[in-house]
Design a protein around this ligand. Structure first.
Ligand code: NBP
Length: 482
């Protein structure tokens, strides 16, 4: 029986995506893995899926109906290039290769260009939601050419998560747009996790509550405007007791956070685009700081403001927790606003027509940052598609205004108590930066002109100017050397 879709790469993600595809009416799925034992295992363990197992790329291509459609789920990087080369050997013009791995979007742009020359369509697709998402319904972010979306769209809609009746998939844009958006999704995920971790740390050290008690706080928060998958699982993790020691699990886990790189890509790309994603950057760097035990060994040598253990206790725990909740909500708005700003800037730079409201909608289900809150983002872009900064939408302006006093009090408390809250503090600084009528950037321009004759503009007349700092300090008109 000819298969209408194929999956290459049968580790956990590929196997689960293949099973998800096979479970949908009308699909027959051909499967291939470099090491055949994995193919055999999957097919044997899941006879109900009716997979078509194949043991060579030739056999795989022969098993697929034309035009052929194959989703690659292999380790991103050299593995992806190797599989594409093999598929191009056996595929024909009009066939579609989808890369569902976590590719860097610039690799996807390069691959799309190279594959297009052969007449085969190449689609880089972000897949979010981990193993469970792949099996039960992920959030899918395909890029690639319009023609391929006509074939792929219905298949992807049938396997994606569903949020409020809508499948969590949209054709994000051409070539690398899907992987770009997936990258920023992961960056936002880093920021969201860091903000939640800072909230937990402040509550624990400020009020002395136990992890189990703080789990109740998060469970309560999950019933309000912070409702999200990450808040929900935070409560679960904090409630978990270690079977071996009887201690809260969070207290026996080594406090060094790992990272697979997509958060760092988001920040590197933002730097290239000139977009301030400070909340995401602080989250990436907080993980880096945690992962240097040799540097952290000096902790005892670094004096705090107060004497040892003297984190000033909060007087009213309930009021403090409410302040932290509002600080978390406000900082979260900043993180998402910065992430969407990066997508907007990336779309402008790479020529993608990305519907930001549609992106927020496909993140409502299946993925790690799924949250109620994304509906508010969709509303904001529905009302004003060209919104220059997300947080200036009326809903967010109101929320930030409401949260502001609590947000400031929380950051003050963190600084006074010596509890690191880099994402809370930098989000507030970003907000105040946007609010400022005048920024000290004027002074920086003066300094740049002083040491490097980099010139400056004046507020009162057009043109570019330079002060003769090492001469008589008069001002002259200059060439623009920005
Ligand atoms: P891995 O990232 O661990 O990759 C293992 C798969 O890659 C195996 O099927 C392996 O074949 C295959 N492979 C490698 Br390695 N080199 C190959 C080559 N040169 N030619 C052919 N096949 C090759 O698998 P995963 O964790 O299932 O993830 C798959 C993709 O999905 C990755 O790009 C990942 O970043 C992405 N992703 C993962 C998650 C997640 O939560 N894990 C979420 C979203 C996206 P073998 O069996 O012969 O070694």
């Amino acid at each position: 029986q000819a298969a209408n879709i194929g999956v290459v790469g049968l580790a956990v993600m590929g196997s689960n995506l293949a099973r998800n595809l096979a479970s949908r009416e009308g699909n027959t799925v051909a499967v291939f893995n470099r090491t055949y034992a994995k193919t055999d295992e999957l097919v044997t363990e899941h006879p109900e899926a009716g997979f078509v197992p194949t043991s060579s790329y030739e056999e795989f291509a022969a098993a697929l109906q034309k035009p052929r459609t194959a989703i690659i789920m292999v380790k991103a990087g050299a593995g992806t290039d190797a599989v594409i080369d093999e598929l191009l050997r056996v595929f024909e013009p009009g066939d579609i290769i989808v890369d569902g791995g976590n590719a860097l979007f610039t690799d996807t742009i390069r691959r799309e260009k190279a594959v297009r020359e052969t007449g085969v369509n190449f689609v880089g697709m972000g897949v979010s939601g981990g193993e469970e998402g792949a099996l039960l319904g992920p959030s899918l972010m395909p890029g690639g050419p319009d023609e391929s979306w006509a074939t792929l769209g219905p298949i992807l809609k049938s396997i994606a998560a569903v949020a409020e009746g809508e499948p969590c998939v949209t054709h994000v844009g051409h070539d690398g747009a899907g992987h770009f958006v997936k990258m920023v999704h992961n960056g936002i995920e880093y920021a969201d996790m860091q903000l939640i971790a800072e909230a937990y740390d402040l509550i624990r050290r400020g009020t002395g509550k136990s992890p189990a008690e703080i789990a109740d706080v998060f469970a309560e928060w999950n019933r309000g405007e912070l409702e999200s998958y990450l808040i929900e699982i935070t409560a679960e993790v904090l409630r978990q007791v270690d079977a071996a020691t009887g201690e809260p699990l969070v207290d026996v886990i080594v406090d060094q956070a790992g990272a697979k790189g997509t958060g760092g890509w988001t920040v590197q790309t933002a730097i290239d685009l000139g977009v301030p994603v400070s909340g995401i950057a602080e989250a990436v760097f907080a993980r880096s700081l945690s992962s240097h035990p040799e540097q952290r060994e000096v902790s005892g040598e670094l004096p705090g403001w107060h004497d040892a253990d003297a984190v000033p206790p909060v007087r009213d725990a309930d009021a403090f927790i409410e302040n932290v909740r509002l600080a978390l909500f406000a900082s979260k708005i900043v993180a998402y606003s910065q992430g969407f700003d990066e997508i907007r800037a990336g779309a402008a730079h790479y020529g993608w027509d990305i519907d930001l409201g549609a992106v927020s909608k496909i993140w409502r289900g299946g993925c790690i940052i799924r949250a109620q809150f994304l509906n508010r983002i969709a509303d904001a872009y529905d009302a004003e598609p060209g919104l220059p900064v997300l947080l200036t939408a009326p809903y967010f302006v109101e929320a930030l205004g409401r949260a502001q006093a609590a947000w400031r009090r929380t950051v003050v408390y963190a600084a006074t108590a010596g509890i690191p809250a880099p994402a809370f503090s930098s989000s507030l600084a970003y907000y105040d930066g946007l609010r400022a009528e005048r920024l000290p950037a004027a002074l920086i321009q003066g300094q740049r002109d002083f040491f490097g004759a980099h010139t400056y503009k004046r507020i009162d007349k057009p043109g570019t100017f330079h002060t003769l700092w090492s001469g008589d300090r008069t001002e002259v008109e200059a060439e623009d050397t920005h």
